[in-house]
Ligand binder design. Structure first.
Ligand code: GDP
Length: 287
């Protein structure tokens, strides 16, 4: 509680600074953690820890231990945000694209990649993660039949984020050609984020991706997108189904899933912190 009060005081000062600078640059509401810290407690929990925010909608006796597998302090979340904010020497930017693995840039820093069906909300999520670096251009290719690319974003010297082509009915070949080769060959890949739409749940193509990740022994984590669109009942149902699936049928999947809304910024701050953690940029004691 004390920590929250101290952070809120600090955040209040930051918000004043932000209001001053809003004339030349503004980012969407709740994009920065300082703003989130101004929310009242219940709202704050829902935005920062959306899984924990769902607990009050669960039937009594439901085991929620896996909801807190990754449970950083507010301080950790605050510290992690610095990675996603550009400054003089910390440059965050689009780096390059590739359509084949032999065109992929040779980068030795830790890497994370984002995969998911077309339309799952991948570009929106990457934009939300980078919302504090408004100069970063997240390129989107939505034209059917147009070759999709792997897009590499460098986050200073700390890590690379890779946006993989969306899979599904529009681009089955891109997925086989690019994603499979990337997953098999990329030595510095630390974690794959597999996006699932919270309204429609798992689809057949998601299971194909899961099989591939399991077969290659790649560590991955589920991200449940567009949670502002799903009713609480549907969200709880899909969360419990996916957590249950992860626990019983997977080896390489992180037991906790990450629900996000790229519109309301729910889960975005926690996800930034998890990325900082898995890329070795935020050592923490209890995770
Ligand atoms: P991609 O094909 O996976 O890159 O998907 P996009 O990011 O382009 O999103 C597909 C559609 O879902 C777009 O119409 C987005 O506006 C919408 N969308 C993405 N994320 C969210 C979200 O968090 N909430 C809501 N309500 N809509 C979203």
């Amino acid at each position: 509680m004390l920590q929250l009060q101290r952070l809120r005081r600090l955040a209040g000062a930051n918000c004043l600074l932000r209001r001053h600078s809003a004339t030349w640059r503004s980012s969407p509401q709740n994009a920065s953690f300082a703003e989130v810290l101004q929310l009242e407690d219940k709202k704050l929990t829902g935005v920062v820890f959306p899984l924990q925010g769902l607990e009050r909608y669960l039937a009594p006796g439901v085991n929620t231990a896996s909801f807190r597998t990754f449970s950083p302090s507010l301080d950790d979340i605050h510290r992690a945000e610095a990675l996603f904010k550009p400054s003089g020497r910390h440059v965050i930017d689009y780096f390059s694209s590739a359509v084949r693995m032999d065109h992929a840039p040779q980068l030795s820093q830790p890497e994370v990649c984002f995969v998911g069906r077309s339309n799952v909300g991948k570009s929106s999520l990457i934009k939300a993660l980078f919302s504090l670096a408004p100069d970063v251009e997240v390129r989107v290719s939505k034209t059917p039949g147009h070759t999709k690319k792997m897009n590499f974003f460098k986050v200073g010297k700390y890590f690379t984020l890779v946006d993989m082509p969306g899979y599904g009915y529009r681009a089955p070949q891109d997925f086989a050609d690019m994603v499979e080769a990337y997953l098999q060959e990329r030595q510095n890949l630390k974690r794959t984020f597999l996006l699932v739409d919270s309204v429609v749940g798992f689809q057949k193509a998601d299971h194909t991706a899961i099989e591939m990740l399991e077969e290659f022994g790649i560590p991955y984590v589920f991200v449940l997108t567009k949670i502002d669109k799903a009713s609480k009942g549907l969200l709880v149902k899909n969360v419990l189904e996916i957590q249950d699936f992860a626990e019983k049928h997977t080896q390489g999947c992180f037991p906790q899933l990450f629900p996000v809304s790229s519109i309301e910024y729910s889960g975005i701050h926690l996800l930034r912190c998890f990325i900082a953690h898995v890329t070795g940029n935020l050592p923490m004691m209890n995770s």
